[in-house]
Design a binder for this molecule. Structure first.
Ligand code: PXG
Length: 459
């Protein structure tokens, strides 16, 4: 242990001052936060000395795993050389330039221009500004509306939360902001089990076309979606979904934004999720895995269609952040991408550990609590249900997912609960043996959860 205070001392100071994100502060203060103080590889350690397998990569971001020396050295070197300079007034810095040169090596074809921010939320704010600017420049200022999806997640700023389709977020603070609307999500298990996944994929995509026709295509600027919904519960769309979305966007000349904050940088077994699903977006949102979460960085990859108009006709785009192209963040991103390339991480996920996670998750389907499992690359979901045969869910207020999550923590495993769906997205450096450890722990926690729900008479 490296800690300088007891866990209780940390917890008291924590709840006295730190307003945590997405947290009921009163209830957290009553139980105290788990204080995480160290990480190495795919493991973290808390201040009680517990070693925990971090199957969520921090928060879907530590793709390279903890403790990677190259990333630490890149940050240290850049901090010593130039900790900050801006990119506003006709100035630039070597790390931002180098990152711009390196990204086309891993980006889908046609992406050669990059706008930098510090987070996924900011990047999606940039998208809103940028697509409206694009249509203005083309003489179609009426194209204002951006279409997202129910249960999508695109961040927590005013625009990010609006693009997101989370009802709990919209219920607070008068969201969504004007000209952002939502269509159906491609969640087959919840919404389409009376159809084949392929037929349901087309049906979910058809809600986009219906919305465009309802609004008038001349009012619609863009569609935004995550290749696989992450925060929504690792919802892997049917194979028919994305090609149909692409067809609809092309038919009505609508920009397609692929939000790859989670799916980018190897998570799905390609550098970007749109490649896994065979889609060619116009804009790509990135953050998290670009630096493996070692330091905040996000941005928008701007495809040729938009870049050409912005650059050739644009004049000044009145938008940017103090930290757009932050030299330390960009230096870490360069080191991180080179490390992922050297580790052949995409091949590792696509050909080895991704298929292995898929087969081990399928085995969990024999568990009495498990109605369904899904994986894509190194993202996975286990859907717990009250009745396997019919897929009947538990009543929402029973919070069975929270019970399971608590068992996971207590048994050295971080899994996230989205309702009663237990999800994982481990560091991409994970090995087969470590996936075995993850799945063994997950099964134990499912057993413990089953015992609890039986004891309470819920099963
Ligand atoms: N887009 C997507 C697809 C995301 O997953 C954001 C944008 C926003 O990024 P920032 O960096 O502003 O947080 C995200 C973030 C969860 C969880 O509980 C997921 C995210 C953030 C916080 C919690 O699964 N994703």
């Amino acid at each position: 242990m490296t800690t300088t205070r007891t866990t209780q001392q940390w917890q008291e100071a924590d709840s006295s001052h730190f307003l945590h994100p997405f947290t009921d502060h009163q209830s957290l203060a009553a139980k105290g936060a788990r204080i995480v103080e160290r990480g190495q590889g795919i493991y973290i350690w808390d201040t009680d000395g517990n070693k925990i397998l971090d199957a969520m990569s921090g928060l879907w971001c530590v793709n390279a795993g903890y403790g990677q020396r190259e990333l630490i050295d890149a940050a240290t070197r850049q901090l010593e050389t130039l900790p900050f300079y801006n990119a506003f007034f006709n100035t630039s810095t070597p790390p931002a330039i180098e990152l711009g040169e390196l990204l086309p090596q891993v980006a889908p074809a046609g992406f050669r221009h990059f706008f930098f921010s510090s987070s996924g939320s900011e990047s999606n704010d940039t998208n809103v500004r940028m697509v409206r600017r694009y249509w203005d420049l083309l003489g179609q200022p009426g194209r204002q509306v951006i279409i997202g999806r129910h249960n999508g997640y695109h961040g927590s700023t005013m625009a990010g939360a609006s693009l997101s389709g989370m009802s709990g977020m919209h219920a607070q603070g008068g969201l969504p902001i004007p000209n952002i609307v939502h269509v159906e999500q491609p969640h087959w298990y919840e919404l389409g089990r009376d159809m084949t996944p392929e037929a349901f994929g087309l049906k979910a995509a058809a809600t986009l076309e219906a919305k465009i026709l309802e609004l008038g295509a001349d009012k619609v600027a863009a569609f935004i979606g995550e290749p696989v919904q992450g925060a929504g519960g690792v919802i892997v769309p049917p194979s028919t979904y994305w090609p149909e979305i692409q067809r609809i966007c092309r038919k009505y000349d609508i920009l397609l934004i692929s939000d790859e904050v989670i799916c980018g940088f190897g998570r799905t077994g390609h550098w970007f999720g749109c490649q896994t699903f065979g889609v060619q977006p116009d804009l790509i949102t990135f953050a998290k895995g670009v630096t493996s979460g070692y330091i905040p960085l996000g941005g928008v990859m701007v495809g040729e269609r938009v870049a050409k108009v912005l650059i050739e006709q644009g004049g000044e785009f009145n938008h940017g952040y103090t930290y757009s192209g932050h030299p330390v963040a960009c230096a870490v991103a360069v080191a991180n991408i080179k490390l992922l390339q050297r580790l052949k991480i995409v091949e590792h996920v696509r050909d080895d550990v991704g298929p292995y996670l898929a087969s081990r998750f399928e085995e969990l389907r024999d568990h009495p609590l498990v109605g369904h499992t899904q994986t894509c690359g190194l993202m996975g979901a286990v859907q717990m249900v009250k009745d396997k045969a019919s897929g009947t869910p538990f009543a929402g207020d029973l919070a069975v997912g929270m019970i399971c999550r608590a068992h996971c923590f207590a048994n050295g495993l971080v899994m996230r609960a989205v309702g009663d769906r237990m999800i994982v997205a481990p560091p991409l450096v994970i090995t087969r043996a470590q996936i075995d450890e993850l799945v063994t722990k997950a099964r134990l926690c499912l057993d413990l959860t089953l015992a609890d729900v039986k004891a309470r008479g819920w099963f």
